[in-house]
Design a protein around this ligand. Structure first.
Ligand SMILES: [Zn+2]
Length: 374
């Protein structure tokens, strides 16, 4: 079975674009409430996980690379990685523009950009932004300017007494199918791209895919020697937000909390079975600046929740978002792909081009069909 599948896009519903509310506004257009505050989140590592650090390159090939650490020597997940992961979920479930589209699909011989309707392509104007660009900012500097976004996420640092190391391992070499394998990237009618790509979780009872030693393609080293962090390593991060509209807050809360039988995936080696993590909100503080300045809010507009008290507020925001805005076919797919615990009996691998892609029988097959490829 392929290690990934796609969360579909609802092509009948182009991203809803609006002028973003700016940081200094107290209330949104039409005087709706805006949400500012912060959330604290624990991150539990549920399969071995490795965050690649481009700045630390080992000079000794016999020493395994370590997961990313900060200057103080704490293991971290950079805030930028967390932000990228959450943005991707907001785009997927909240019907955002195709931010990642440029990078992921235009390579290779097939130009898929031509088949994506203009209304779904990356936002171009700071006055007309989709939910993801309004919340996280516009990633690309286009001609009409930049919007910085309303969410800041700090690095997640590991609790010093909650660091566990997995065995050093040489990663298995997986050759990813390229976009020219059309069947894997287009939908059944071959009219649209198949959606946004997500990797399945591997069972924590199964070791990540590894090989006994270094593998070379010609002179080039084709795999890595790494020491991932193990199950039960625990991190903590803080996320600040300001001036979010109700749909933006709801999408963000859903992107963090997901559902109880789903997990996120982050870091290096996702197809190898690395990087399943559980995000658990521990504190939520909401500041109502409008109430604060008019003195009508009981606690001067401040609501600080922790532990079990976080959930009713979180669920209320999420429920509203799901009913009004969520792309349900995308959630159906993501729920299946990010299901936790995963099916322990499924082996994930890429069918090699030689044994599968080029056979007559494989023509026109979709990813789901690879489950039965021996
Ligand atoms: Zn956008």
């Amino acid at each position: 079975m392929n290690p990934y599948d796609f969360a579909r896009i609802d092509w009948s519903r182009p991203p809803e674009r609006r002028k973003p509310t700016w940081h200094h506004q107290l209330v949104g257009q039409g005087a709706q409430r805006l949400y500012s505050g912060h959330m604290e989140v624990d991150v539990y590592v549920e399969t071995p996980m490795f965050i690649a650090d481009p700045r630390s390159v080992s000079s000794d090939p016999k020493k395994p690379a370590q997961s990313m650490q900060n200057k103080q020597g704490e293991f971290i997940i950079p805030g930028s990685s967390l932000k990228g992961m959450l943005r991707n979920v907001v785009e997927t479930l909240g019907n955002g523009c195709l931010t990642l589209f440029d990078g992921d699909y235009e390579r290779g011989r097939v130009n898929y950009r031509r088949i994506v309707p203009a209304s779904f392509q990356h936002c171009e104007h700071t006055t007309e932004l989709c939910i993801a660009c309004r919340t996280f900012g516009m990633l690309k500097e286009r001609t009409s300017g930049v919007f910085l976004g309303k969410v800041n996420i700090g690095d997640a640092a590991a609790y010093a007494d909650k660091v566990y190391k997995y065995n050093a391992m040489h990663t298995a070499v997986l050759v990813e199918p390229k976009p020219r394998h059309e069947a894997f990237y287009l939908d059944e009618k071959r009219q649209h791209i198949a959606g946004r790509k997500f990797y399945f979780h591997h069972s924590p009872d199964v070791e990540p895919l590894s090989v006994p030693g270094p593998v070379y393609f010609g002179n080039k080293l084709a795999n890595r020697f790494i020491q991932p962090l193990d199950y039960n390593t625990q991190f903590h991060f803080r996320m600040d937000f300001s001036g979010l509209e109700a749909d933006e807050l709801g999408a963000l809360m859903l992107a963090v909390a997901l559902e109880k039988d789903m997990r996120h995936k982050i870091g290096y080696g996702k197809p190898l079975g690395l990087g399943s993590v559980y995000l658990f909100p521990t504190h939520l503080t909401l500041v109502d600046y409008a109430a604060r300045y008019t003195n009508h809010g009981g606690q001067r507009g401040l609501t600080a929740l922790s532990g079990d008290d976080v959930w009713p507020v979180l669920n209320e925001r999420i429920d509203e978002f799901e009913q009004k805005y969520m792309v349900s076919i995308a959630m159906d797919d993501l729920r299946r792909i990010w299901r936790w615990p995963p099916d322990p009996d499924v082996d994930y691998y890429y069918p090699s081009k030689r044994d599968w892609f080029d056979t007559e029988a494989s023509k026109g097959k979709r990813i789901r069909d690879t489950r039965n490829v021996p």
